[in-house]
Ligand binder design. Structure first.
Ligand SMILES: Cc1ncc(COP(=O)(O)O)c(C=O)c1O
Length: 440
């Protein structure tokens, strides 16, 4: 298999093997996961050996909500590339994109662009710190690789463990940032209250996803907004993963349209905005965004033209088709049918999150080995399958059915391995890792 072989070479040349933790083969099936792709279209992925799979994992880690290589996006990108996607002048499409994002989010007045999620969160945090003249950030959830975020683990290496990715090391983050990033749990207003009581005078921002695995409890979001107002801190919604997946625009528009009319000061988009092409945006109210002029926020490739045209084409497709509705329906079908098949096999399966952002885990002490066995056997049947599924426009009811036909015999074997306690043996001991760890 050429993919796993290439990955062995990669680990020698590239520390950590991949540029994104979530694409490490060790998180799926060590030495078996195909690792690299030659082509990707719709929900089909072809590996280096020419084997084609249906992708029932996170589909470009949430970046390809329209499916891989959506024709409208490809056409716009190719056209921009042919005409030159970079030069000494600016890309006019970024002005059009700013107008379109503001039209979708009437509370916001200005936009800055970047290209990646973590990077644009850093931009938002810089703007919030510049606007308030303060240092401390209260946050919940995962927000990328930056110093401001990993600083949370300087006080205790476990501060980030409840926030999507456990085990993140703050190695290389200046110790001077200790106590500048303070975590609180989603739906636990009392934890944010404590931060405001202890650090309110130096609180620059509250950074959080508007939702991830569950909706906000009644009163939670209005409570967060009120605490920000009380402390004079900015509220930043991270819509890097949620944006465009639940509705065209940010999930937080539901709060804005509710009777409470809750609005953030800033919101951040990336991933699905560019449909597989790097594009990110920070939108916000003028009084906050203007602080971007006092700070130095500037980067060469923030000006290239592919990202903006990909985003404009994505917004066109979203305006014409109910993509979030499709993703929800596919996710619902997937969950319902998988739960039925798991129950029929006598397996206890935990299916969590929203249909649009589904997580899957075997409810068993040997869960990691069972999931690895599931992944390995599903690969043999032409499926990329693991512990989560982010549905896209590229998935159909027929692709869900194909997955289920493949899953039926595999779940029977997993049930057998669960009762025999020999899943790891069946895998020659090659069980998936979870969370962040050095590879060697
Ligand atoms: C909510 C959230 N914020 C930020 C990021 C970081 O984005 P990126 O990987 O593009 O830097 C992610 C990525 O998974 C995310 O889910």
């Amino acid at each position: 298999m050429r993919g796993p072989e290439l990955y062995v070479e990669a680990k020698r040349l590239i520390p950590g093997g991949t540029q994104l933790l979530s694409k490490r083969p060790e998180l799926f099936a060590p030495e078996r996961w195909p690792a690299y792709y030659r082509e990707a279209r719709g929900c089909e992925v072809t590996d280096l050996d020419g084997r084609t799979y249906l992708d029932f994992t996170h589909n470009g880690v949430g970046s390809c909500l329209l499916g891989y290589a959506h024709p409208r996006v490809v056409e716009a990108v190719v056209d921009r590339v042919r005409r030159g996607s970079m030069c000494s002048l600016n890309s006019p499409e970024e002005v059009e994109l700013a107008k379109r994002l503001l039209a979708l989010h009437p509370w916001a007045e200005q936009v800055r662009f970047a290209r990646c999620g973590g990077e644009s969160l850093s931009v938002a945090v810089r703007i919030a710190r510049a606007a308030t003249g303060r240092d401390v950030i209260a946050f919940c959830g995962y927000h990328g690789w930056s110093d401001w975020y990993l600083a949370a683990n300087l006080s205790t290496e476990r501060a980030l463990d409840g926030h999507l990715l456990p085990g993140l090391s703050p190695a290389g983050v200046p110790r001077g940032l200790t106590e500048t990033a303070l975590p609180f749990a989603y739906n636990r207003l009392v934890e944010l209250e404590q931060i405001v009581r202890s650090h309110g005078a130096n609180l620059a921002a509250v950074v959080m996803e508007p939702t991830r695995n569950m909706p906000p409890a009644p009163g939670f979001m209005s409570g967060v907004r009120a605490l920000c107002d009380e402390a004079g801190a900015k509220l930043v919604f991270d819509e890097v993963t949620t944006g465009f997946r639940f509705r065209s625009g940010g999930y937080h528009l539901d709060f804005f349209e509710s009777t409470e009319r809750i609005v953030p000061d800033l919101a951040v988009f990336a991933k699905a905005l560019g449909s597989g092409h790097p594009m990110a945006a920070v939108i916000g109210r003028r009084e906050s965004m203007e602080a971007a002029q006092d700070s130095f926020l500037s980067s060469t490739y923030w000006t290239e033209g592919v990202g903006p045209v990909a985003a404009l084409a994505t917004l066109d497709v979203l305006a014409e088709q109910d993509v979030p509705g499709h993703a929800r329906r596919i996710g619902e079908q997937f969950r319902e049918q998988l739960a039925q098949r798991a129950a029929a096999a006598g397996l206890s399966l935990k299916i969590g999150g929203y249909p649009q952002l589904t997580t899957i885990a075997f409810d068993h002490p040997d869960a990691a080995a069972l999931l690895t066995l599931f992944t390995v056997r599903m690969l043999d049947r032409g499926m990329l399958a693991s512990g989560g599924f982010y549905p896209t426009l590229g998935h159909t009811a027929a692709s869900v059915e194909a997955y289920m036909s493949a899953a039926e015999p595999v779940l029977a074997e997993v049930a057998n391995a669960a009762s025999q306690g020999d899943a790891s043996n069946r895998l020659g001991g090659l069980v998936k890792q979870s969370g962040f760890a050095r590879l060697t």
